[in-house]
Design a protein around this ligand. Sequence first.
Ligand SMILES: C[S@@+](CC[C@H](N)C(=O)[O-])C[C@H]1O[C@@H](n2cnc3c(N)ncnc32)[C@H](O)[C@@H]1O
Length: 217
Amino acid sequence: MDIVNPALNAYLLAHATPADDVLRDLAAETAAALPDHLSMQITQDEGTLLTLLTRLTGTRRALEIGTFTGYSSISIARGLAPGGTLLALDVSDEWTSVARRYWERAGVADRIELRLGPAADSLRALPETETFDFAFIDADKVSYPVYYEETLRRLRPGGLIVLDNTLRSGRVVDPEAQDPADRAIREINDTVAADQRVDSVLLSVRDGVTLIRKRTE
Ligand SMILES: C[S@@+](CC[C@H](N)C(=O)[O-])C[C@H]1O[C@@H](n2cnc3c(N)ncnc32)[C@H](O)[C@@H]1O
C-alpha cells in the first residue's frame, strides 16, 4: 500500500531540506553495497525531521536503537546541542562499520558512542541514573514493546521518543497481516495511544512515524 500517492511523495521529497553530499554518498553506497537492505535506511525527509526534532527539543543526550549504515545517527547527531552525545545501539558490526566511516566524514564521530549487541540487553545494562532527552527506535519490530518501556523509563519528563515504521506499509489495518512484527507494531501503537504517561501522534510520514512526548506531570 502506498501511504502517500507517488506524485505527492516526489513533491514532498522535493520540498524538504535536501541531503548534503555526505548523506547522499551514504545513501548511494548503501544502495550499491546492500541493495536487499536499502529499504531499512530512513529517507532524506525523515533525516531532516530527526535533525529538526533533536534541535527543537534542545537534546544533549540522545539514544538510537537501530543504526544500520548511519543515516539516522548522523541526522540526530547534527541536531544535538553543543556538547551533546548520542548512544547508538545495533547488533551488526558489518553495517555499523559503514556508519563509523560516515560519522568521521560528517564530523560527528566524537559525539556518537556505538554499543554492539542485542539492544534490549544494552538498555537493561545501562545504569539507573542514565537518562535521555530524545530517542529514535528503528530496530527489530518485534522488540518495540520492550524498547518502548526500557526507553520511556529513562526519558526525562518532556523528552521525545520517535518510533519508526508504525504503519508497516499499511499492514496495521490489514487483518490478514499477522506476522510477529505486524502484531508487535499493532501492540505498541495501541499501548502508546492509551498510555497516560505520554502524549503522542502517529504521522503518515514515510512508513509511519510516531512522536511521543513524556508528560511532565
Ligand atoms: C531498519 S535498520 C535501521 C536503519 C537506520 N536507522 C538508518 O537510518 O539507516 C534496523 C537495524 O536494527 C538492527 N537490529 C536488528 N535487531 C537488533 C537487535 N536485537 N538489537 C539491536 N539492533 C538490532 C539491525 O542490525 C539494523 O541495523
